[in-house]
Design a protein around this ligand. Structure first.
Ligand code: ASP
Ligand code: MG
Length: 405
């Protein structure tokens, strides 16, 4: 007997019929003797619909009220799934984030889970219930409803699995696993049987969209075995695991990309201690995440600083930067929100030289100009113009031999 946490995404619970087939899958696992916790997303399209309603009234929407609104999506699916389970003779109980005591900080719209008091869930499992938990939401110290950021149900599932010391956390979605790149961009993309947490973190953060990055961080930190599989097809999916010694590694596991990028540059700032802090401090205080940062070699005592942010934060970052630039006597502030990032990811890169050369050579051959570069032990990222995204991804996929056999 195992304790399993299963998570079903929006498409998997997108209609009454689909909710009923999720119920059958859950019942089957329970009949095999497993204790089951099921985390669900809102029905597909629902969260977007709610966001649009809020925007129609107020933009940007009041963050606290937005969370009260968005949390309703998942509340609908937990109740329906619990009913569907009951109907087929499988005792079930649904819980909102508040009822399941998923405690978070108070950063509305992007809250982080701090603690889960799982006493009630455990008692229900012992009593033979399937426990159905609303993904994507929690409650802060004041008792206010919070949400965890888009895609946050994955994180709820992993956090529940960690708290309950589950044997496996299974993320059921509309794809059958993690691919070498997005098959919509490169149809020759191949499903990976295994990927390390480190690689998956890079793939997720770089926009592979299979799993919310926070969920992978959580799983890595608390050693939760994590599996991504399809709700609609049989199969083993992709297991996300730890790096094993002697594992025969491909040089590159995948090519991730992110379309939601924007870059900002402050030109001609004095090159002296504290300047990067004066520029990036206020950006951080505004809760804007900065990704790549490049500072140029200085000329005549001044330098340029360029960094990237999520496209949604572009306007806000630009406004902050224009203020900061005045205080620093900077020459000018530039911005571009038509850029994308492509990254090669692979733990095998550690032991193979020449990867960067092949990457840059491949892009050059296609006439793609590289605007920024950053590297880490297991990835190389480049920023390029949006219009070259597909071309760049396909060329690199080919160059590194990632296609299906
Ligand atoms: N319903 C939320 C969203 O669409 C959370 C999730 O599905 O994971 O982002
Ligand atoms: Mg999702």
């Amino acid at each position: 007997m195992a304790l399993l946490v299963q998570k079903y995404g929006g498409t998997s619970v997108g209609s009454v019929e689909r909710i009923q087939s999720v119920a059958l899958k859950v019942k089957k696992a329970r009949d095999e003797g497993h204790q089951m916790v099921v985390v669900v997303s809102a029905m597909s399209g629902e969260t977007n619909r709610l966001v649009a309603l809020a925007k129609a009234i107020q933009e940007p929407s009041n963050p606290r009220e937005l969370d009260v609104l968005l949390s309703t999506g998942e509340q609908v699916t937990i109740a329906l799934l619990a009913m569907a389970l009951e109907k087929i003779g499988c005792p079930a109980r649904s819980y909102t984030g508040f009822q399941a005591h998923i405690l978070t900080d108070s950063a509305f719209n992007k809250a982080r889970i701090q603690e889960i008091d799982d006493a009630r869930v455990r008692a229900d499992l012992e009593a033979g219930f399937v426990v159905v938990v609303a993904g994507f939401q929690g409650v802060d110290e004041q008792g206010d409803i919070t949400t965890l950021g888009r895609g946050g149900s994955d994180t709820t599932a992993v956090a529940m699995a960690a708290a309950l010391k589950a044997d496996e956390c299974q993320i059921f979605t509309d794809v059958d696993g993690v691919y070498t790149t997005d098959p919509r961009v490169e149809p020759k993309a191949r499903k990976l049987d295994k990927i390390t947490f480190e690689e998956m973190l890079e793939m997720a953060s770089l926009g592979s969209k299979v799993l919310q990055i926070r969920s992978v961080e959580f799983a890595g930190k608390y050693h939760v075995p994590l599996r991504v599989l399809s709700s609609f097809e049989e199969g083993e999916g992709t297991l996300i695991t730890f790096e094993e010694d002697g594992m025969e590694e491909a040089k590159i596991s995948g090519i991730a990309f992110n379309r939601d990028e924007a870059k900002l540059t402050v030109r001609g700032v004095p090159d002296m201690p504290g300047v990067a802090y004066k520029i990036l401090g206020p950006i951080g205080e505004a809760n804007i995440e900065v990704d790549m940062i490049v500072q140029n070699i200085s000329h005549d005592g001044t330098t340029d600083l360029t960094f990237t942010v999520h496209r949604n934060d572009y306007r806000k970052a630009l406004a902050i930067l224009q203020e900061v630039a005045k205080g620093l006597n900077a020459r000018e502030v530039l911005g571009d929100d038509t850029i994308v990032k492509i990254s090669l990811v692979g733990v095998g890169m550690r032991s193979h030289a020449g990867i960067a050369g092949t990457m840059f050579g491949t892009l050059a051959k296609e006439g793609i100009n590289i605007r920024m570069i950053s590297t880490s032990e297991i990835k190389i990222s480049v920023v390029i113009d949006e219009k070259y995204l597909e071309l760049g991804v396909r060329a690199l996929h080919e160059a590194f031999g990632l296609a299906k056999a």
